[in-house]
Design a protein around this ligand. Structure first.
Ligand SMILES: [Fe+2]
Length: 309
């Protein structure tokens, strides 16, 4: 796939979990394009585990996906954690840092990702914190819209809130198509309409995952099963709409045979290739007709995030 200006990595990725260290050690070249880890799980890990992890960061491009920064918390930002993350990224050449647009702490960690109220005050509050983080890390922060089960206060829709935070903070987006699908069912909105409102030029990369069907109108974002077809279709729509962006499969437990995980990663790549081929054919047609072949994705003037800090 072509690398967009805001894309820190390319292709189809797989989240690295401790249980996958051994199974993924012998995966042949070309099966996985990039990986992602929660930095909190790996900072200061040494010994045999640390060596195993180092072998992965030397072999693959990586992103960090934080768990506990708690962007929306009333508590002060955890500068010690951010300092540790900055060092960790430099040590392993990790290309980007993403976090959840949520909160998980006040005075103590709540160990869950809770939705920030969709209010104008919350936009200002969280955007200011994101700008501070970006200044400290010297690179864009990538925020992920989360799955949520209760909406505490809504002056605006989730899509309006997300859009406002991205603009006010001038940061990048991690687009999780499974989260869109799960939320669309749990909160009764149209997934396609949500996707249509996404500022595509801010997408850094994407997630795809499986979820648990608790009831016809209740899905739980577990990352514990295979991706279902409507979620694959939403990913395809996102590629059609925004151009191809790097996309990573999240699988957190109930791990199948490695072959099945790699098959899902290759399905991501198949969708990416099909859209790339169509766009190449379109570019060739335009060139043949004497027209301009512009970039696959719209871009803004934000700094590229392909440097490791
Ligand atoms: Fe995600």
């Amino acid at each position: 796939m072509k690398q967009g200006r805001h894309h820190p990595v390319t292709g189809a990725g797989l989240g690295l979990r401790r249980a996958l260290l051994s199974p993924l050690t012998s995966v042949p070249e070309g099966q996985i394009d990039f990986m992602e880890v929660a930095p909190e799980n790996w900072i200061n890990v040494g010994g045999r585990l640390g060596k195993q992890f180092r072998a992965f960061t030397e072999r693959y491009d990586f992103t960090c996906h934080g768990l506990s920064l708690s962007l929306g918390s009333p508590a002060p930002l955890d500068w010690q954690l951010l300092g540790n993350i900055k060092r960790f990224m430099a040590e392993h050449g990790i290309r980007a840092y993403s976090e959840h647009l949520s909160y998980c702490s006040d005075d103590a960690h709540l160990y869950d990702l809770l939705p920030i109220p969709f209010t104008a005050d919350a936009v200002k509050y969280v955007a200011k914190r994101i700008r501070q983080i970006q200044d400290f890390l010297e690179q864009p922060l990538i925020i992920e819209h989360v799955s949520y089960y209760a909406a505490p206060q809504q002056e605006m829709t989730e899509a309006e809130f997300l859009h406002a935070v991205l603009e006010e903070a001038d940061c990048l987006l991690l687009l999780d198509v499974n989260n869109i699908y799960v939320n669309s069912i749990n909160h009764g909105y149209d997934a396609d309409a949500f996707l249509a409102g996404i500022p595509g030029e801010r997408i850094a990369y994407g997630h795809i995952a499986g979820h648990y069907v608790e009831a016809p109108d209740l899905r739980v974002d577990t990352h514990g099963t295979e991706v279902i077809d409507p979620v694959w279709q939403l990913l395809k729509k996102a590629y059609d709409q925004f151009g191809v962006f790097p996309t990573l499969l999240e699988r957190d437990f109930n791990f199948p045979e490695t072959r099945e995980l790699l098959d899902e990663v290759s399905t991501v790549r198949k969708y990416q290739d099909s859209v790339d081929q169509r766009s190449d054919a379109g570019d060739a047609g335009r060139r043949h007709a004497g027209g301009h072949s512009g970039p696959a994705l719209a871009v803004s003037d934000m700094p590229a995030c392909d440097e490791s800090s």
